[in-house]
Design a protein around this ligand. Structure first.
Ligand SMILES: NC(=O)C1=CN([C@@H]2O[C@H](COP(=O)(O)OP(=O)(O)OC[C@H]3O[C@@H](n4cnc5c(N)ncnc54)[C@H](OP(=O)(O)O)[C@@H]3O)[C@@H](O)[C@H]2O)C=CC1
Ligand SMILES: CC(=O)[C@@H](O)[C@H](O)COP(=O)(O)O
Ligand SMILES: [Mn+2]
Length: 392
């Protein structure tokens, strides 16, 4: 049966890869809704190709421009813009599956809406779990949502874990998240102050959005992924380990109680976990190249250097601190990365902003979406002040 799809963040790296997989399977998927923030012409082109019923832009001005162009091109798509338009397309009764590919905490409310509506939710937006993990997983469990991880490491773990979730506690010892180490894995830490956004965004294996690329360079991406794994797989913080594997052929591993390890391998191409999530439990062609073991170079592993990547350990610390501390860390990091990308903050000061924000703010209320969004806003304000102090 045709799967009717909403793609949140369709103009981004994950969004366009999702539509590339969809394009390869005519008749299997129907795109019901798409969303973007700023790229009007890219969304217009997607509307012309996939003819969705709805398109959402994040701001009224962008929505107005898109609506004019949709009309000028005689397309059938209705443009929506309202604070809750993303939630509307994420929970629409005619939608079967939602791809959560918005970057940052902005994706939390629509992903939660999809979970609350019991959708099949393909989750790339790791920040949604970092901000709202407990509430998010409670909503998934109580509303019949099928949650499928899209982040490559978590898709790998999902594929390696036994299907019967009830047996994990007896069978699984730990999770081994692999990390590339980013573009500065071998760079002298003393030279990190002069890093430019262009250098930081040059990921060794994946072409991704700018925010996650900077996170990979600081290894804050792996810190967010440790927190994401804690919630997705209900593991204690000490059961989640990180190992650098620069080639990113092994996408992550599960270590069992008997010392056996299962790993998932493949070409580093996000269309693989996306196709896996779109079709699960079936398997469909993704467009990715097959791994050629005859020409594959050595697979190597190393420990992350705490001096070069001081942010990595904040994940375990935040998970052990008061609930909501991971939301504070996420907000601080979003503010700091944005300041770095707009050349208002040094690369090596991203960690200092994160630390300063964590030191200033102890969360108290985290039970509802409203609480979490208020905490997110407060942490952003504290982090902005830290950025201003460091830039002065
Ligand atoms: N890229 C990758 O390979 C991977 C990404 N992820 C995760 O997937 C998510 C998306 O990453 P990626 O595709 O790289 O990011 P991109 O920056 O490439 O794309 C983000 C998408 O979200 C939209 N968007 C941005 N801000 C807002 C907002 N405030 N409200 C609504 N929409 C918004 C953008 O619209 P517009 O472009 O129109 O401005 C775009 O469509 C992130 O959480 C990331 O960590 C996980 C694993 C791998
Ligand atoms: C493709 C993906 O899932 C990204 O999270 C990517 O793996 C980044 O990896 P590193 O953060 O290890 O560089
Ligand atoms: Mn990842």
């Amino acid at each position: 049966m045709t799967q009717r799809l909403t793609v949140l963040g369709s103009t981004g790296s994950i969004g366009t890869s999702t539509l590339d997989v969809v394009r390869r399977h005519p008749g299997r998927f129907q795109v019901l809704a798409l969303s973007a923030a700023t790229q009007v012409d890219a969304l217009l082109a997607q509307c012309a190709e996939f003819l969705p019923r709805y398109a959402v832009m994040a701001s009224a001005e962008h929505a107005r421009v898109l609506a004019e162009k949709i009309q000028a091109n005689s397309l059938p798509t209705q443009v929506l813009q309202a604070p809750d338009a993303l939630e509307v397309i994420a929970s629409h009764p005619d939608v079967d599956a939602v791809m959560g590919a918005i970057v940052g905490a902005a994706g939390l409310a629509p992903c939660l809406a999809a979970a609350r509506a019991g959708k099949r939710l393909l989750l790339a937006n790791k920040e949604a779990l970092v901000v709202g993990g407990a509430l998010f997983m409670h909503t998934v469990r109580t509303h019949g949502c099928t949650l499928l991880p899209i982040d490559s490491e978590h898709s790998a773990i999902f594929q390696c874990l036994p299907e019967d979730r009830g047996t994990w506690a007896q069978r699984v010892d730990s999770i081994l998240l692999t990390a590339s180490g980013g573009p500065f894995r071998q760079r002298d830490p003393a030279t990190l102050a002069a890093i430019t956004p262009e250098q930081a965004c040059a990921h060794p294996n994946f072409a991704m959005g700018r925010k996650i690329s900077v996170d990979s360079a600081t290894m804050m991406n792996k810190a967010l992924e440790v927190i994401e794994a804690r919630w997705l797989f209900d593991m204690a913080p000490e059961q989640i380990k990180v190992v650098i594997h620069p080639q990113q052929i092994i996408h992550s591993m599960v270590q069992f109680k008997d010392a056996s390890i299962l790993a998932q391998l493949g070409t580093p191409d996000m269309r693989v976990p996306i196709a896996c999530g779109l079709a699960w439990p079936e398997r469909i062609e993704s467009g990715a190249a097959l791994l050629d073991f005859a020409t594959l170079a050595a697979l190597t592993f190393e420990e992350a250097d705490a001096q070069r990547f001081p942010g990595l350990h904040l994940s375990w610390q935040a998970l052990r601190a008061a609930e909501g501390t991971t939301a504070v860390l996420n907000a601080a990091n979003e503010v700091a990365v944005d300041a770095f990308l707009s050349r208002r903050l040094r690369f090596d000061h991203i960690h200092r902003v994160n630390l300063a924000t964590l030191e200033r703010l102890t969360p108290t209320h985290t039970a509802s979406l409203h609480d979490l969004l208020a905490l997110d806003a407060e942490a952003r304000s504290v982090a902005q002040s830290a950025v201003a102090r460091m830039a002065a």
